[in-house]
Design a binder for this molecule. Structure first.
Ligand code: NAP
Ligand code: FE
Length: 386
């Protein structure tokens, strides 16, 4: 057995923990910026609560940057980073879904080093620049999906190049994650499903890919069981705090699992989709691709796919992973095709090339090593709905 484990994130988990942000932040200085989305944290009161807690605990300046869009862009990160530098901000609070958290973490890097956000994303040849400094980041998730609050990734889109790539760096971990499940209560059933399926896909890909890390697999296994049980409840009863709590917990476990094991072809094929179609939510793209890709993958790691099927309540046979997934997607209302999401058939060629140009570093850890022909075929299957 062989594995490595490093997780430099302090986690405060629990109902009401958002109120502790001020007390936690004190150690980082006096000048704060809160990086958040355009609407939801104002509507559900989370932003106000964070600002109040920071002020009560001695913050002298609290700047609010509320321009993070879903599938956040490098431009947004550059803009916030300029403010951070100009205003001599001591620390950064990311408040919102994965988009806000990923942006906050990237701002930490970009505001502390030379260059721009796109210099730090991971092309297969590596990033253009290596960061060597950062600023402290506190992440407060309001969705239960990405696990960004506990990992080293920031996923950014470049709308000019139509590329979506990841910053992955040990300086990109937040210092503290404050995970308060009550902040997710305001998610609609659809958003709950979309983000919950992202967490499930982190588990499935972490469990089955070729990176060796049994410890991370344990986390994924536990999270699959919880998501199977509680995501449908959270979708049908948005106010159910127990379901919300288990989903926040699962997303965190899954976020740690991918930090150690990375993802695989489902994510590798989704990123070009939301890069070309930014109106597609990450979790929707994953839902449309997952059944076809799983059908391609299961022979490469039969034991783990059989385990996945079993954890989802099906016979422990590798091929049952596909039906287990299809049925679960149906149950949470996300049995989708790429066509329904607005992807154009003529784009499949370009999406396929992009997987190769941008995500081929995932090919050799995918359960079955794909070639371009198979990627194209999988897009075609997912386009019609598999
Ligand atoms: P998101 O893009 O952060 O948010 C989607 C929408 O949900 C936004 O319109 C947001 O509104 C709204 N929202 C957020 N919290 C809400 C709440 N509590 N109640 C009501 N509405 C709420 O969604 P996400 O799925 O969490 O993050 C997706 C992004 O993370 C993608 O860019 C994806 O590629 C990335 N990602 C990162 C990782 C990682 O490891 N770092 C892993 C997977 C995916 P406002 O904008 O108005 O706030
Ligand atoms: Fe994801």
């Amino acid at each position: 057995m062989k594995f490595e484990f490093y997780l430099p994130v302090e986690v405060l988990f629990g109902e009401g923990s958002v109120e502790r942000v001020g007390e936690v932040a004190k150690r980082f200085g006096y000048r704060a910026i809160v990086i958040t989305g355009r609407k939801s944290t104002k509507e559900n009161g989370a932003l106000e609560r964070v600002i109040e807690s920071l002020r009560k605990n001695g913050a002298e300046e609290v700047i609010v940057f509320d321009q993070v869009e879903p599938n956040p862009t490098d431009k947004t990160v550059n803009k916030a980073s300029e403010i951070v530098v100009k205003e001599k901000v001591d620390y950064i609070v990311g408040l919102g879904g994965g988009s806000a958290l990923d942006s906050a973490k990237a701002v930490s890097i970009v505001s502390s080093n030379e260059g721009y956000a796109w210099d730090y994303v991971n092309y297969p040849e590596g990033p253009r620049l290596i960061a060597f400094l950062n600023r402290p980041v506190i992440c407060i998730p309001t969705t239960a999906g990405t696990g960004s609050e506990v990992n080293r990734y920031s996923v950014l889109s470049n709308p000019i190049r139509k590329e979506k790539l990841v910053i992955s760096h040990s300086l990109n971990y937040p210092k503290v994650a404050i995970i308060d499940p009550t902040l997710t209560l305001s998610m609609s059933p659809r958003l709950t499903a979309i983000t919950g399926i992202d967490a499930l896909m982190h588990c499935l890909e972490a469990l089955t890919n070729k990176v060796e890390n049994p410890f991370a697999e344990e986390l994924a296994i536990r999270a699959i069981k919880l998501i199977k049980e509680w995501l449908p409840v959270a979708v049908s009863e948005p106010e159910n705090l127990r379901a919300r709590t288990y989903m926040s917990y699962s997303a965190m476990l899954a976020g740690i699992a991918i930090d150690k094991k990375r993802v695989a072809l489902i994510h590798g094929m989704e990123h070009p989709v939301s890069a070309h179609y930014p109106q597609v939510a990450h979790g929707e793209g994953l839902a449309a691709l997952a059944p076809a890709v799983t059908d391609f993958n299961y022979k490469g790691n039969p034991d783990k796919y059989a385990l996945f099927a079993e954890l989802m309540g099906y016979e422990p046979k590798p091929h049952k992973a596909v039906i287990a997934l299809q049925d679960f997607l149906e149950r949470v209302g996300l049995r989708l095709s790429l066509k329904e999401l607005g992807v154009e058939r003529e784009k499949i060629e370009r999406l396929t090339e992009d997987v190769y140009m941008l995500s081929r570093s995932l090919f050799d850890i995918n359960p079955v090593e794909p070639d371009l022909e198979s990627v194209k075929r999988l897009y075609e299957l997912a386009y019609e709905g598999f």
